[in-house]
Design a protein around this ligand. Structure first.
Ligand code: ASP
Length: 456
């Protein structure tokens, strides 16, 4: 018999079916044993009576079983409106034990009482919890929706390399030693920024990617060393073109995948950076009308940001966004660089920055000038960004784009308090993977292969 999902049993009253899954709980009533069988789609009450009780008596939580039996309507007074299958139950006829299970180190779903470390170490058990399952299924729906949306808008999905050279996004880079080129290193991308711009030079005009990005930051709030961005780039556009496209994507995403949500203001309000700082003392103000409403989504754009700012760690100018961002006005000889505004925009939602982008520089001369203002010497510009400058000399179209942090967006849409709740295998606050045991030492031979000597 072909196995069906638990939630498919609801319209099989009177029929014999086969279900498979995990024993969620077992309740003994002497001659009768009840179990709640759990699979991806929910719970089903299964009743064992008669000879089969002896076998069912062996069952323990989290054992894996297949059960054949008849679906029956429950007596009126025993119906449970809280679960999808609450009006029915299965009368077990055959029970196959597929695998036994040790007692789990915590009760599945009992998240509030267990430590984060234990959850991470046994993530495969933690993920059995219905809330985690729901979150990851939502995540899959969101990715699917965005993929369809951007393709329907004639965007091409293109993958860019993970082994590459640095691109400045304001964080440290993860470095990968090269075995074949002693003393040389790849770095993992902080974003696909340079590649997506080069794809515009290549004539694709509309690119998107669900991109994995890597940033080696000191533990700062709820961040992950690797995270997922919706990365977008378009040619022949101005700021509003990019913002309108993303705005439509967000509105449709909410309506389709999170219909219970309501967006407080459409079109999304646009706030000048200065205005936001003055009025809310924040560049990511929380504009919800009712902060207790879990379904309110207050999106807003922050525009007219400064092109440069003074670095908090060193006394020098750095790009507020990244050095490929176009200035709003021509660079005048006189005037201070820190007074310049950028053709940039950030998207904020309920007090979080969920993305940002800009119109880019597409001319060599201007790009070079920006690098100079940032204090880069000619040789350094050439070594780090020579390929971009060169590409701009071969017919680079005007272009711009944006990236949205999907983990953060999902966290807000699922009303979670941490992005770890919407990532299948996240790392701890200090970047450890407790399940796999990473980072870990590697063998002397591996070290030798990659020409690395450890000092500690
Ligand atoms: N590369 C930028 C980032 O990762 C986004 C963009 O400018 O498109 O934040």
């Amino acid at each position: 018999m072909k196995r069906i999902f638990v939630n498919e049993t609801v319209n099989k009253i009177g029929e014999k079916v086969k279900v498979s899954g995990w024993v969620n709980v077992r309740r003994d009533h002497g001659k009768i044993i009840f179990i709640d069988l759990r699979d991806r789609t929910g719970l089903l009450q299964v009743v064992f009576a008669g000879d089969i009780v002896k076998k069912a008596d062996m069952l323990r939580s989290e054992w894996v079983v297949s059960i054949e039996g008849k679906i029956k309507e429950r007596p009126e007074n025993l119906k449970n409106s809280k679960i999808e299958t609450g009006a029915i139950e299965m009368e077990a006829e055959e029970l196959e034990i597929l695998n036994e299970a040790k007692t789990p180190p915590f009760e599945i779903g009992d998240k509030d009482k267990i430590s984060e470390e234990l959850r991470m170490e046994y993530r495969y058990l933690d993920l059995r919890d219905s809330k985690m399952q729901k979150n990851l299924i939502k995540r899959s729906e969101v990715l699917g929706f965005l993929n369809n949306y951007f393709k329907s808008q004639k965007f091409v999905e293109i993958e860019t390399p993970a082994l590459t050279k640095g691109t400045p996004e304001g964080a440290r880079e993860f470095v990968v030693p090269s075995r074949k080129h002693p003393g040389k290193f790849y770095v993992l991308p902080q974003s696909p920024q340079q590649f997506k711009q080069l794809l515009m030079v290549a004539g694709f005009e509309r690119y998107f990617q669900i991109a994995r990005c890597f940033r080696d930051e000191d533990s700062r709030g709820d961040r992950q060393p690797e995270f997922t961005q919706l990365d977008v780039e378009m040619s022949f556009v101005e700021e509003n073109d990019v913002m309108n496209l993303i705005e439509e994507a967000m509105i449709k995403l909410a309506k389709n995948i999170f219909p219970e949500k309501n967006i407080s203001s459409e079109p999304f309000p646009k706030l000048d950076y200065d205005e936001a700082m003055e009025k809310y003392n924040s560049d990511k103000p929380d504009l919800r009308k009712n902060k207790d409403d879990p379904n309110e989504l207050a999106f807003a754009w922050i525009v007219n940001m400064p092109l440069f700012e003074y670095s908090k760690t060193e006394k020098k100018l750095v790009s507020s966004h990244h050095p490929f961002t176009a200035p709003s006005e021509a660079l005048a000889k006189e005037g201070k660089p820190e007074d310049l505004k950028a053709k940039a925009y950030d998207l904020v939602l309920n007090g979080y920055e969920i993305g940002g982008g800009s119109i880019r520089i597409h001319q060599r001369e201007l790009q070079n000038k920006i690098f100079e203002i940032l204090g880069l010497k000619e040789a350094e510009i050439e070594a780090r960004f020579g390929h971009m400058l060169k590409a701009f000399e071969y017919g680079a179209p005007p272009h711009g784009g944006i990236a949205l942090g999907l983990d953060r967006l999902l966290m807000i849409l699922t009303n979670e308090s941490s992005i770890r709740e919407v990532i299948a295998f996240p790392k701890t606050g200090d970047d450890r993977d407790l399940l796999m045991g990473a980072p870990s030492e590697i063998s002397e031979n591996q070290l030798k292969d990659i020409h690395i000597k450890c000092t500690k």
